[in-house]
Design a protein. Structure first.
Length: 363
């Protein structure tokens, strides 16, 4: 992969380093942020990308890398991992620079129209344009409201995402939740775990009907277990949870031995420092126009789930469309004396040169 990753700079060292001058700074390396690299690259605009996660890909790679996605144009089905790999391959000709594991902490407009940008790790930029592509913002999983349970996150016994399914092979796993993620992982782990128990506070689920039907069939065949109730406590010994307590609607509490506890209660979005940038924000989302997806701050754009406008649909494919128009909107700040025209990758020899491919010869 022809891209570069710059490590976070310790704050004590950052002051001695010169700021990085960038034509475009993308905040967020999820699918839309990665496609923003490509759309900017077609206009010969090089991008730097900052993301709080340790790898590109955003929520699809962090939360459901193996879950199928069906609504990417011309790709009948792909996983979050495959989508990320494809987007990285697509933007490879433009040699993006990634600054991972750090969050943008401050943005200030300069007198010359550019932006001074700093990250919490001490990296500094002077950027002509900024693209906020941070999904729902800095997301954190909603956790069970049981005192002391977070102490077992460090050893991996309590988790809110699945990175390696084989970790649970031959183990007794309890899955909390009633949405798609809970059902998906309960079904995916059932063939490899010693046992899987799904716990949800009621018998109705927010998941796909087909998943619910499959789960009920497995329960009927005694191949997994479903308990209606709430997680209310646990017992531990030798630094590990040995069993959890599930209280049903009638007040009866049962004890459930386990090796691992997986909780899927959804995400709690937070805008974080973005909320302090002076952006026009409505219900934790950034308002933009629909011509170029620019915010109320000239030169600062917002694409993907972080933005809002009349008719907004939170789909990856919508974010791809927004990224294309945002790139053209940003060109006037980067090339103020140049008229940027729409060209097609199928016929433009200039774009073939930019992409590093040979122009086809048609008879």
């Amino acid at each position: 992969m022809d891209m570069s990753v710059n490590p976070a700079i310790p704050a004590a060292v950052a002051s001695s380093n010169s700021p990085i001058e960038a034509d475009a700074l993308i905040v967020g390396a999820g699918p839309v942020g990665l496609f923003q690299i490509f759309e900017l690259g077609l206009l010969e605009i090089k991008a730097h990308i900052v993301d709080s996660l340790s790898q590109p890909g955003g929520q699809p790679i962090e939360l459901y890398p193996d879950k199928p996605i069906y609504d990417i144009p011309a790709i009948p089905v792909c996983t979050g991992k495959e989508l990320t790999e494809g987007l990285l391959k697509q933007c490879e000709p433009f040699k993006p620079t990634f600054h991972l594991g750090q969050e943008v902490s401050s943005v200030a407009k300069r007198e010359d129209g550019r932006f001074d940008v700093s990250t919490g790790a001490g990296t500094q930029f002077i950027a002509k344009t900024i693209f906020v592509a941070g999904g729902v913002g800095a997301f954190t999983p909603r956790k069970p409201k049981v005192e002391g349970i977070s102490e077992f996150e460090a050893i991996g016994q309590v988790a809110y995402r699945v990175r390696d399914p084989q970790k649970y092979a031959g183990k007794d796993v309890v899955v909390l939740g009633g949405g798609d993620s809970a059902l998906d992982w309960a079904l995916n782990l059932q063939p490899i775990a010693n046992s899987v128990t799904l716990v949800h506070r009621r018998d109705d689920f927010r998941a796909a009907p087909a998943s619910v039907a499959k789960m009920r069939a497995l329960v009927a065949n005694q191949e997994m277990m479903h308990i209606t109730g709430q997680f209310t406590g646990f017992e531990a010994a030798d630094g590990k949870i040995t069993e959890i307590k599930i209280t049903s609607l009638d007040g009866v509490t049962r004890r459930l031995p386990l090796d691992y506890l997986l909780a899927f209660f959804g995400l709690s979005p937070r805008l974080g420092p973005i909320a302090e940038w002076g952006l026009d924000i409505e219900k934790r989302q950034v308002k933009v126009d629909t011509e170029k997806f620019e915010t109320n701050i000239p030169g600062l754009f917002a694409v993907g789930d972080i933005n809002t406008y009349p008719g907004k649909k939170k789909l990856i494919l919508s974010g791809f469309h927004e990224a294309a128009l945002a790139a053209f909107g940003a060109a006037k700040y980067i090339f103020p004396e140049k008229t940027v025209k729409l060209q097609y990758t199928t016929t433009s020899t200039k774009l073939h040169e930019v992409l590093g491919v040979e122009s086809p010869v048609f008879d």
